[in-house]
Ligand binder design. Structure first.
Ligand code: PGA
Length: 323
């Protein structure tokens, strides 16, 4: 018998079979995350679980299905054929659960709904403060916050697995609504004893002699950096690839290279004189923060209230464009 994903009855049939096979929604949720990231580690981080807990859920699911769902592919993992089929269904099911949650939130209004947002890792330096004020204003609202990079945020929006996202400017070709609310200046940092630390208006060409530490592919900061240097025909040397803003700052302090980061991430290091911003011609690179949703998506009252709140509070956030 052939199942088609959009066929409601077949889907229901599969859920019933799943229940008979003791598949739990939690297993499907965990499986969906591992399959989307093709990584147990990243799925564990997203779901705030340990890696053994994730492996256990997958093992139980494989036990119920009776077939392996993942196979090793070099150092990575890939979905098996059965895994690909289960992924299609589990995506449908988790999306429907998200819609069900949205509907329940709409019914609850602001007196007990859940705010589910995802933010760019770089935005995580100011978002918790905003969330603090927001939850004081609406104490019955619970918040689920996912912190990840730009590429994953776009994927979450397209999969409709999140209501609102805080990120840098989204690509124009995607069906998204984006409201700009705050500047995001990108600067170059060095340890205080670096030879360029006391120079002024350093020409861009001088950067070609330096090694830059770069964020992982999929990072908005990295994308902006590459675009900026390419447009100006500056060929920088890239050193280590580093998967987070915090790790970049540590590596720059350790003298492993220069870093290009959002000014928003640097409050502490600048205050403690652990890093300095280099005075480079044409810098900072001026980006902006946006609150983004799928075009036409009906937001829950909680998400609607948060969006209005972010945009109105933005003026109160310290504008870090000035050095
Ligand atoms: P990032 O996002 O944390 O993925 O670099 C920041 C941005 O989009 O500017």
């Amino acid at each position: 018998m052939e199942f088609r994903i959009n066929d409601r009855y077949n889907k229901l049939y599969l859920i019933v079979i799943g229940l008979l096979m003791h598949i739990t929604l939690r297993q499907l949720e965990v499986f969906e995350a591992v399959a989307r990231h093709l990584s147990f580690t990243r799925a564990a981080a997203e779901l705030h679980l340990t890696q053994p807990a994730v492996s256990m859920q997958i093992k139980q699911l494989e036990g119920s299905v009776g077939l392996p769902l993942f196979e090793p592919l070099g150092k990575k993992i890939a979905l098996t054929e059965a895994g690909r089929d289960v992924y299609e269904y589990s995506r449908g099911i988790t999306q429907q659960l998200g819609e069900l949650e949205g509907m329940v939130n709409r019914l609850k209004g602001l007196s007990g709904g859940r705010l589910k947002i995802s933010v760019a890792s770089t935005a995580n330096y100011f978002i918790p403060n905003l969330l603090g004020t927001f939850t004081q204003r609406y104490p019955k609202v619970t918040v689920s916050l996912d912190v990840t990079n730009r590429e994953t945020l776009l994927k979450q929006l397209m999969e409709n697995s999140v209501e609102l996202v805080i990120m840098g400017q989204p690509p124009a070709e995607l069906e998204l609504d984006a409201v700009r609310f705050k500047t995001n200046p990108l600067v170059v940092v060095a340890p205080p004893n670096h030879s360029l630390a006391h120079e002024h208006r350093i020409p861009l060409e001088r950067l070609q002699d330096e090694v830059f530490l770069v964020r992982e592919p999929g990072s908005g900061t990295r994308m902006a950096m590459e675009r900026f240097f390419t447009e100006r025909h500056i060929r920088i040397q890239t050193g280590m690839e580093v998967g987070s803003n915090e790790a970049i700052k540590q590596s720059v302090q350790a003298g492993l290279g220069l870093g290009l980061l959002s000014r928003d991430t640097l409050e502490l290091e600048l205050r403690l004189n652990r890093l300095v911003i280099l005075d480079i011609a044409e810098f900072p690179i001026l980006r902006h923060w946006f609150v983004v949703q799928r075009k036409g998506k009906r937001l829950s009252p909680v998400a609607e209230a948060f969006k209005t709140f972010v945009v109105s509070e933005a003026e109160g956030l310290t504008d870090t464009a000035a050095r």
